[in-house]
Design a protein around this ligand. Sequence first.
Ligand code: PMP
Length: 400
Amino acid sequence: VFAHLVQAPEDPILGVTVAYNKDPSPIKLNLGVGAYRTEEGKPLVLNVVRKAEQQLINDRSRIKEYLPIVGLVEFNKLSAKLILGDDSPAIRENRVTTVECLSGTGSLRVGGEFLAKHYHQKTIYITQPTWGNHPKIFTLAGLTVKTYRYYDPSTRGLNFQGLLEDLGAAPPGSIVLLHACAHNPTGVDPTIQQWEQIRKLMRSKGLMPFFDSAYQGFASGSLDTDAKPIRMFVADGGECLVAQSYAKNMGLYGERVGALSIVCKSADVAGKVESQLKLVIRPMYSSPPIHGASIVAVILRDKNLFHEWTLELKAMADRIISMRKQLFEALRARGTPGDWTHIIKQIGMFTFTGLNPAQVSFMTKEYHIYMTSDGRISMAGLSSKTVPHLADAIHAVVTK
Ligand code: PMP
């Protein structure tokens, strides 16, 4: 009965790794997937995560019963504090409801379905370009997806005027997806002053902010700095949604641990929102997994482990920043034509190189370097040893 099916294409991002794995070349380099690698090119399990797991194993009172539909309650409380701040008035006033979800993706999907069911506007505006999964997640959640201008290829920076015009022209009440920090795929973030203008415009038009926070701590190295745009929106007393992921900042990728918070105007409304979120989650996957959220809770509740985490997080962020500098210098040393300052200006895990699909394909064929066809490279996949190889490839392709 399934014989009529056509072969579906690989996911454009995960497919890069599939192609990489098939390449027998010893010099191959995978800059496609957004996962942190050490200077030796190895995946990293944080020390604090190992310690937290050891604590969990030693605790014989732990059981494997189902979590409630909303997940691990302590994890939810700690996650809301981490993103909104210890002193958040919204938390103090019990106006925030937080549910544990399956990493960032699951949080976006649950939030999307909740909005499709209960919010009066069904259109969500996403940045042009954005993470490839965004349009699919929100379309399947039942929302209509439209884009707003964000990136200016000519400056390799923010098209702030275009952004303001497009959000200004959006129908009142529309939902707007905002990357909290380290925009994927461009690495281009608004300044704090620009965030303030975006906030004012959105609030004046009643646009609903939906923050995607997949890189808290990864952009600047500081958890508080990277959460600032979200806290500015929460501080004005208005509503917003926040999807959090612990994939990158705690290296918990495959544990699939994240949270959706909805900031409401009163405790009464937050309670009703939570009751409706449960009706979205129960038929979708019943309740979330226990292990990843338990690891996060152990780390967030313990002052020493928390501090240790911030140091390990900062070390990851610093290594990425150092890769930016090294790649920029390597291109300069080769006299590669073009302005490459965006490599050091862009923020977070990715650099949007400006290389086109034909150039990417040349680099894959001739240099065994793998990346998405839009020219996005994961800086976390680079090391001091591989920077020269990448710089040679970029130099070759732009002087070809
Ligand atoms: N949003 C953005 C912008 C991302 O880059 C990612 C990860 N690539 C996610 C959300 C979700 O990731 P996860 O589901 O692994 O937490």
